[in-house]
Design a protein around this ligand. Structure first.
Ligand SMILES: Cc1cc2nc3c(=O)[nH]c(=O)nc-3n(C[C@H](O)[C@H](O)[C@H](O)COP(=O)(O)OP(=O)(O)OC[C@H]3O[C@@H](n4cnc5c(N)ncnc54)[C@H](O)[C@@H]3O)c2cc1C
Length: 326
């Protein structure tokens, strides 16, 4: 892999703004995220909630804000390394090498850690054979809708992701059942109403207890969470949408100063390791506010200091973006 000027760990709002700003300053950028999609918490945790404290947006849905931030953050064509967790860090010939959990070695001159509360990973149901049938009937998200074409599909969950995918895959899957362990949903009321009025079958008060099939999934055992009665439910695929866990995990072992699960930074947002910066929810300094509006400012500042570290002749002040030709 080529050595980039800056690697941004985390494709949430602060990482995306760092990527944009570094592109503006002529730096080559790579973004690593453990999720297959960019957007961080906006996309993973609360896509259907309105955000009211973004400059220029009196009110914006988190998923729409994420879409705009992704467009801005990728406009200078950063290299995207998605579905990969940054696991270890080493130093070779004056630059850093980040190794991902799958073994990719990614060399870089500087790093901005914008890892939020840590690498997101989907919450699993926690039943036997879940790992074994991963990709063979068990899924934790939708990368390609075509995977579910003509399939009898069960979607597990009661939040926005479960309801959004139930509606979104109606034109793709042959049948869809939404399975939820109780009759209260975290999803937006509108989505719940839409699903109730659609062809989606609602299986309320059920939990998936067993997975069946030899090489591929052919069905599941459902347990009624009230009566404890079980039944066989034939299906070709199960999408598990029951949330995400986050784990700062590997980054804690990189020799960075950590304070309460956050990375300590100075006034340049630089960590105790030279050329490694931390911004957004993951960074710690006195009176830190975990907000997007403040985190993106940290990102812009960190990029400018990273630029001057790469090129000591470069000015810290980036100039005004409105002075650019296009
Ligand atoms: C329900 C809810 C509502 C909110 N509402 C608001 C609001 O109205 N206004 C506001 O300002 N803020 C709000 N926030 C907070 C806001 O979402 C966060 O402050 C913001 O997302 C932080 O952005 P970030 O880029 O620092 O991190 P995140 O958005 O957390 O993104 C971090 C990304 O880094 C990735 N990552 C972490 N570690 C690794 C690794 N080792 N390798 C690869 N990838 C990694 C993660 O997978 C994740 O995608 C809300 C939060 C929640 C939960």
């Amino acid at each position: 892999m080529n050595t980039v000027d800056l690697t941004v760990i985390g494709g949430g709002p602060c990482g995306l703004f760092a990527s944009f700003y570094a592109g503006l300053r002529g730096m080559s950028v790579r973004i690593i995220d453990s999720l297959p999609e960019l957007g961080g918490q906006l996309t993973a945790l609360y896509p259907e909630k309105y955000v009211y404290d973004m400059p220029g947006f009196p009110k914006v849905l988190a998923k729409d804000l994420a879409r705009q931030m992704i467009e801005q953050g990728t406009q200078f064509q950063p290299e995207l390394v998605l579905d990969e967790t940054a696991s270890s860090l080493s130093q070779v010939d004056g630059h850093y090498v980040i190794t991902t959990a799958s073994g990719k070695e990614l060399p870089t001159r500087t790093i901005i850690i914008a890892a939020g509360a840590g690498a997101f990973s989907p919450t699993k149901i926690g039943i036997p054979r879940e790992e074994e049938l991963l990709g063979k009937g068990i899924y934790y998200g939708v990368k390609e809708k075509s995977v579910f074409a003509g399939k009898k599909l069960a979607i597990v969950g009661g939040g926005d992701s479960a309801f959004d995918w139930a509606l979104n895959l109606l034109d793709t899957a042959s049948e869809i059942s939404l399975i939820h362990r109780r009759d209260v949903f975290k999803a937006h009321d509108e989505s719940v109403e839409q699903v109730k009025n659609s062809a989606v079958e609602m299986k309320i008060w059920y939990a998936v207890k067993e997975l069946h099939g030899d090489d591929v999934l052919t069905g599941v055992t459902l347990e009624n969470t009230q009566t404890k009665e079980t039944e066989h439910f034939a299906c070709d695929a199960v999408i598990v949408n029951i949330g995400f866990k986050s784990n700062l995990g590997p980054i804690k072992d990189w020799g960075l100063e950590i304070e309460k699960n956050q990375v300590k930074v100075d006034e340049k947002y630089e960590t105790n390791l030279p050329g490694i910066f931390a911004v957004g929810d993951v960074c710690a300094f006195p009176e830190k506010l975990k907000l997007i509006a403040t985190g993106v400012g940290e990102a812009a500042t960190a990029v400018c200091f990273a630029k001057t570290r790469l090129d000591p002749a470069a000015k810290l002040f980036p100039g005004h973006s409105s002075d650019r030709d296009s």
